[in-house]
Write a new protein. Structure first.
Length: 237
């Protein structure tokens, strides 16, 4: 799927699991998900749902932070066998999730920086940018991303779930690609068969444009209405 569809799937995916995990607690992990955690998780998942495409030099995520993401994308493409190979697997999802969870345990500052980067990727994937002016787009994106990250920090968002949210976003990505014609090798490197190959729709074709993306957009709207207690959030007059 295209970047905007993957980003939308991350938002919808997080909103869908919130009612299922709300209130659960494990050692070092709490799913006490208030409005801040719902917004943060949606954006984190949206950004993470674009990470597997770092293996493609023209992908939205690869272009988001210029030479930094382009260089990282080139390294991942080499290490994981090219586009839609290792980065589209459970192995990659678990690897990234574990690394991010260790990051969350190590440093609060590192968490905030990583959240900032993921939100920037999410906004870019969701279409918040100016295609004809990349400099202006980058500046605006950074300002909005910084504002959102600061607001979430001020609200005291608990990111103990960060690694799981990132892994979940990655999984949503390759399941999205699994329903396109190219398929994905989800069990790489142990089994390189592409699941879904030649059985789905064409990437950025009529099905994605006229069915998948509109349905995901509706999902975001429904989730927003359902999950938030709007009377308590809106100011009283």
């Amino acid at each position: 799927m295209m970047g905007h569809s993957h980003a939308l799937s991350g938002v919808v995916g997080w909103m869908a699991v919130v009612p299922l995990v709300q209130g659960m607690e494990f050692p070092g992990l709490s799913f006490d998900l208030g409005p801040g955690e719902i917004v943060a998780g949606s954006l984190v998942c949206a950004g993470a749902a674009l990470l597997p495409d770092l293996d493609h030099k023209s992908a939205t995520v690869t272009k988001t932070y210029g030479k930094v993401t382009e260089t990282l994308g080139g390294m991942l493409g080499f290490l994981f066998g090219g586009h839609r190979m290792g980065t589209h697997s459970f192995f990659f999802a678990i690897l990234v999730g574990v690394l991010v969870q260790l990051l969350a345990l190590w440093s609060e500052l590192a968490v905030q920086i990583f959240v900032f980067l993921l939100i920037g990727i999410a906004l870019q994937g969701l279409g918040f940018g100016l295609d004809k002016n990349r400099v202006a787009s980058g500046i605006i994106n950074a300002m909005v991303t910084g504002g959102i990250t600061l607001a979430l920090f001020t609200a005291g968002v608990n990111y103990s779930w960060l690694g799981l949210a990132v892994a979940f976003g990655v999984v949503l990505h390759f399941f999205g690609d699994m329903i396109t014609k190219m398929g994905v090798p989800i069990f790489w490197p142990f089994y390189k068969k592409r699941f879904g190959q030649d059985k789905g729709f064409v990437t950025d074709g009529p099905v994605e444009q006229k069915l998948v993306t509109p349905l995901l957009t509706i999902g975001v709207i429904v989730g927003t209405v359902y999950l938030f207690d709007w009377p308590s959030l809106l100011p009283e007059y």
